[in-house]
Design a protein around this ligand. Structure first.
Ligand SMILES: CC(=O)N[C@H]1[C@@H](OP(=O)(O)OP(=O)(O)OC[C@H]2O[C@@H](n3ccc(=O)[nH]c3=O)[C@H](O)[C@@H]2O)O[C@H](CO)[C@@H](O)[C@@H]1O
Ligand SMILES: C=C(OP(=O)(O)O)C(=O)O
Length: 456
């Protein structure tokens, strides 16, 4: 078990590099299961716990997976089973993304039910509706979902009741090897969908319209392994943009793609933050008092739910009242109680949080209730009076590569401790790598990305 310790009060300056996108690399690794020929090479794969988890899922299916210096190689030419075990699927909902590729390639799959999580119930009915439209028979029992097809899946029209990112991806992957044409209507439009479509197309698939509400997939008979570079993580980029703004800093976020961050940039500009995008990244300058703004989360190109809690931290620094409305997930305000512990003034009314900005935040012991909530606590800690201790770091490790080190590089006073070391080293900063290794061991996670070139 470990914690982040943040001492507030430093302006962040300098440059920080964004890693590859978690939400792109996960479906892309899953899609590698479709390659019956050659090996897939995925470049800029971030060394995150979620990447390790999906790699473990692939290994449990019989694929060979190696990782070295942000490059993952997947050899899925021979698969041993079509069953994804509970042990790994329960760790991460995105493991369910192997269902489409397995069904499409093997004609049968059995996967543990992914269940809900802290931010909502997160049903999978739209994924299943899509598979059924393609001719699969679905059965549920004993915590597993089984899907079978008689021969190849058949292309069909699928209308999604909600523009689900995961369902769009799963159905795209299932349709890639189906017989005939599949059309997904009311498809999700996120940049990660486009990245997955580009990956599938270079594998030999025929996917058109990704990034719009209608995606057309013409099924092919075989797909092969390719080299692909994952897009930069827009949520990680947005988090560092907020870190710059909240501390009144001046930071260049290298790799941030302004086009992917439209609503985040628009809202920060409305607040009075200067954003200067160029072809390699985005510079954020916060040299004026922040204004309150209202925002509502929506599917892309609307404001991303994955940036809601970080923006709430920023709005706590503004003068006036802001209203944040969460429309994507039904329970994504868990961070509000944690903010209260830091002297924040926020009231929840239904799906909206009413934020009275301007109060001095005070350091406290808080918990990362989910991945982005954890990032928000750290952001608040950067400007709180005194010291903030953020527990629940396993959530943060799902989505942020070397968070403490990247913030330290910008001048933040943040470090990570293992709870064991805390007892003996209060007041000193233990060396980060050693502490992370100890923390990983304590959480029974093998630190694959630092010490082992090969998974498994
Ligand atoms: C690995 C990954 O890419 N995760 C992202 C993905 O999650 P994920 O793909 O799980 O999110 P979805 O887009 O599917 O979920 C959006 C909404 O649709 C609902 N829904 C979804 C599927 C379904 O079959 N039925 C249904 O009702 C969900 O409960 C939720 O309320 O998109 C979310 C919304 O941008 C992000 O917060 C996550 O970071
Ligand atoms: C909710 C998130 O991810 P996941 O869908 O993997 O839980 C996120 O990245 O904020």
């Amino acid at each position: 078990m470990s914690k982040f310790i943040v001492r507030g009060g430093r302006k962040l300056t300098g440059s920080v590099k964004v890693s590859g996108a978690k939400n792109s690399v996960l479906p892309i690794i899953a899609a590698s299961l479709l390659a019956e020929e050659g090996v897939s090479v995925i470049i800029d794969a971030p060394p995150l716990d979620d990447v390790m988890t999906i790699s473990r899922v692939l290994e449990s299916l019989g694929a060979g997976v190696t990782y070295s210096n942000d490059v993952i190689e997947v050899d899925a030419r021979e698969l041993a089973t079509c069953e994804a075990p509970y042990e790994w699927v329960r760790k991460m909902r995105a493991s369910f993304l192997v269902m489409g590729p397995l069904l499409s390639r093997l004609g049968r799959t059995r996967i543990s039910l992914p269940g809900g999580c802290a931010i909502g119930t997160r049903p999978i009915d739209q994924h299943l509706k899509g598979f059924e439209a393609l001719g699969a028979e679905i059965s549920l029992g004993q915590g597993f979902i089984e899907a079978r097809s008689h021969g190849r899946l058949r292309g069909a029209k699928v209308y999604l009741d909600v523009a689900s990112v995961g369902a769009t991806e799963n159905i795209m992957m299932a349709a890639a090897l189906a017989e005939g044409v599949t059309t997904i209507e009311n498809a999700a439009k996120e940049p990660e969908i486009v990245d997955l479509a580009n990956y599938l197309n270079s594998m030999g698939a025929i996917v058109r319209g990704a990034g719009t509400g209608v995606i057309r997939i013409e099924g092919v008979e075989r797909l092969h392994g390719v080299r692909h570079t994952v897009i930069p993580d827009r949520i990680e980029a947005g988090t560092y943009m907020v870190a710059a703004a909240i501390t009144g800093g001046d930071v260049y976020v290298e790799g941030a793609i302004a086009d992917h961050l439209g609503p985040v940039i628009a809202k920060m500009e409305e607040m009075g933050v200067t954003i200067l995008p160029d072809e390699n990244g985005v510079r954020v300058i916060a040299d004026k008092p922040l204004k309150a703004v209202d925002l509502k989360t929506l599917p892309y190109p609307g404001f991303p739910t994955d940036m809601q809690s970080q923006m709430m931290a920023l709005l706590l620094r503004s003068e006036g009242t802001s209203v944040v409305t969460e429309t994507v997930f039904e329970n994504r305000f868990m961070h509000v109680d944690e903010f209260h512990n830091m002297n924040a003034e926020i009231k929840i009314e239904g799906r909206s949080a009413i934020i009275t900005g301007g109060a001095q935040l005070v350091g406290a012991k808080v918990c990362a209730t989910d991945l982005r909530a954890g990032a928000a606590m750290i952001l608040a800690g950067l400007v709180a009076e005194g010291t903030t201790e953020v527990s629940g770091t396993h959530h943060i490790d799902r989505g942020y590569v070397h968070l403490a080190e990247k913030l330290q590089g910008l001048g933040a006073d943040i470090w990570r401790i293992s709870l064991e070391e805390k007892a003996t080293e209060i007041g000193s900063k233990p060396e980060t790598a050693k502490v992370e290794a100890a923390a990983a061991q304590a959480e029974e996670i093998v630190p694959l990305f630092q010490v082992q070139p090969t998974l498994g």
